[in-house]
Design a protein around this ligand. Structure first.
Ligand code: SF4
Length: 378
């Protein structure tokens, strides 16, 4: 039993970097409030991208009987937006254009309206696929700990399925990279005829054609990041403490009655989040689940469900590590937000934020975008 979702492409397309949606994580945006019934696996992480650093300033504080000027340090984007974790899709969206990702958070009203309907359609396709391998049940939650317990129970229930060589869908992954907690949902994991563990990422498209090279590059980075996090998990690199400290969960918090009942039905007897965490991480690390061997992206036409094509994605761990560290540096306030480089200035032509984009205006004023960038198309 479990549930999940996925994402979609915003019609207009490539310029937004969303011309193929797929991911389950976008569903996280719909994570229900505590105390509301939840789909047992729709434990999608809630998205979390964000804005540039807030400017520094000063304020007056009381100190030793008098007012003293105290310098406030800059808030990082993570702090400013109270983000306890990021989703893999946040990072892949950032890889298309960091500045666009920031505007997407700051000015969502400027996004093309068709994106919402595309996301809905993509989610339906993902849901249909998920229902092929398990049922969805809703479970009432009464605390933040309960909500995360659902994610862990989904993970726990999929471990034996993978161990016995079967297919799983909407597999939750958690990881810590460079001090930042990351959450994701892998669309599908299965074994090939050769016994290799293969990740299959489903992307749905409005248009009846394969995406651009740039779009495929963004999607490829996303699946590489899934592998990076998954491999670390099965190697035992993520600890229960990482999980609770980043998210601010109370490990000793007793689980709600509905969660405990659901866990019992699934064969697990747990009373607190800590017990569930220990059980999940023990099962994961003691299992013989291997690292992911192959990465594949499947592009499907949204309306007809026709397969448009598949992409085999090469994986280079050091390169993925380097790239994700670069993106996380923004979130940690170690560098300012950046827009696209001149080689990718063509993205600005289809960007909903081009009329307000300060990065673009600066580049145009300095010359390079005028000379060649905006004419390029990929
Ligand atoms: S106009 Fe260009 S640089 Fe600015 S957000 Fe859009 S794609 Fe990025």
């Amino acid at each position: 039993m479990a549930a999940s979702d996925s994402e979609e492409d915003p019609g207009a397309a490539s310029a937004s970097g969303f011309s193929d949606l797929s991911d389950s994580e976008f569903l996280l945006l719909e994570e229900p409030e505590d105390s509301a019934p939840q789909l047992v696996d729709s434990a999608k992480p809630s998205s979390s991208s964000e804005l540039p650093r807030v400017s520094t300033g000063t304020n007056m504080t009381e100190n030793g009987g008098g007012l003293k000027e105290k310098r406030k340090r800059s808030q990082t984007p993570l702090e400013k937006y109270f983000l306890k974790y990021l989703c893999v899709t946040d990072i892949s969206t950032q890889s298309w254009c960091e500045q666009q990702m920031v505007y997407g958070r700051e000015r969502p009203e400027l996004q093309p309206p068709e994106r919402v309907s595309l996301l809905d359609a993509g989610k339906s396709i993902h849901l249909a696929r998920e229902l092929e391998v398990h049922n969805l049940v809703s479970v009432r939650t009464t605390s933040k700990e309960d909500s995360w317990a659902i994610k862990l129970l989904n993970l726990l229930s999929m471990i034996p399925v993978l161990q016995t060589g079967h297919r799983v869908r909407e597999f939750p992954v958690f990881g810590e990279i460079g001090g930042v907690f990351l959450v994701g949902i892998i669309d599908e994991l299965h074994y090939t005829a050769k016994g290799e563990l293969e990740l299959n990422e489903l992307k749905t498209r409005r248009r009846l054609l394969m995406p651009s090279k740039a779009q495929i590059k963004k999607d490829s980075f996303q699946v590489c990041l899934y592998k990076y996090i998954f491999d670390s998990m099965v190697q035992g690199q993520l600890k229960p403490e990482n999980f609770t400290s980043h998210i601010g969960l109370r490990p000793e918090q007793p689980l709600g009655l509905h969660i405990k009942a659901h866990a019992q039905k699934a064969g697990f007897t747990v009373a607190s989040l800590k017990e569930l965490l220990d059980l999940a991480f023990l099962n994961l690390t003691l299992s013989d689940i291997p690292n992911i061997d192959r990465l594949k992206i499947e592009y499907i036409h949204q309306e007809s469900n026709a397969l448009l094509g598949t992409e085999e994605v090469p994986y280079e761990r050091d390169q993925v590590s380097q790239e994700v560290q670069y993106y996380l540096a923004y979130w940690k306030g170690q560098r300012d937000v950046r827009g696209v480089d001149i080689e990718e200035a063509w993205k600005c032509n289809m960007c909903a934020y081009s009329s307000i984009c300060e990065w673009r205006q600066d580049q145009v004023a300095e010359g390079p975008f005028q000379r060649s960038g905006s004419k390029k198309s990929k």
